[in-house]
Design a binder for this molecule. Structure first.
Ligand code: ZN
Length: 103
């Protein structure tokens, strides 16, 4: 079973992309059990951090709550970066390093 991180509809495992949101589906347990390591308002930043974590061998998922039940101006949308609980500390350090370098 997979779910869409955007609209939270569920699909069979052979479906890769949500036909409505055009986003990559994630395993159901990802959304339920993984924890938020970073919250931002910038989906580009979230995707960049996800790519960096992947490069370090950590799977992360971007949850974009832009189209949630609270529609508003684009810059108020919350984008969460979720990782496995086991990866949380490592992911946090990597993200801190990246953000320190950016300053
Ligand atoms: Zn969807």
């Amino acid at each position: 079973m997979k779910t869409c991180p955007k609209c939270h509809k569920e699909f069979n495992d052979d479906v890769l992309i949500c036909p409505e949101c055009n986003v990559e589906l994630v395993p159901v347990e990802t959304v339920e059990d993984w924890i938020t390591v970073y919250t931002t308002y910038d989906v580009v930043e979230a995707e960049m951090l996800k790519a960096n974590l992947k490069g370090a061998g950590i799977e992360a998922v971007v949850l974009n709550e832009k189209d949630s039940n609270f529609p508003g101006p684009g810059d108020t949308a919350v984008v969460k970066l979720n990782v496995r609980p086991d990866d949380f500390e490592d992911a946090k350090k990597i993200i801190e390093d990246i953000n320190n370098r950016a300053e």
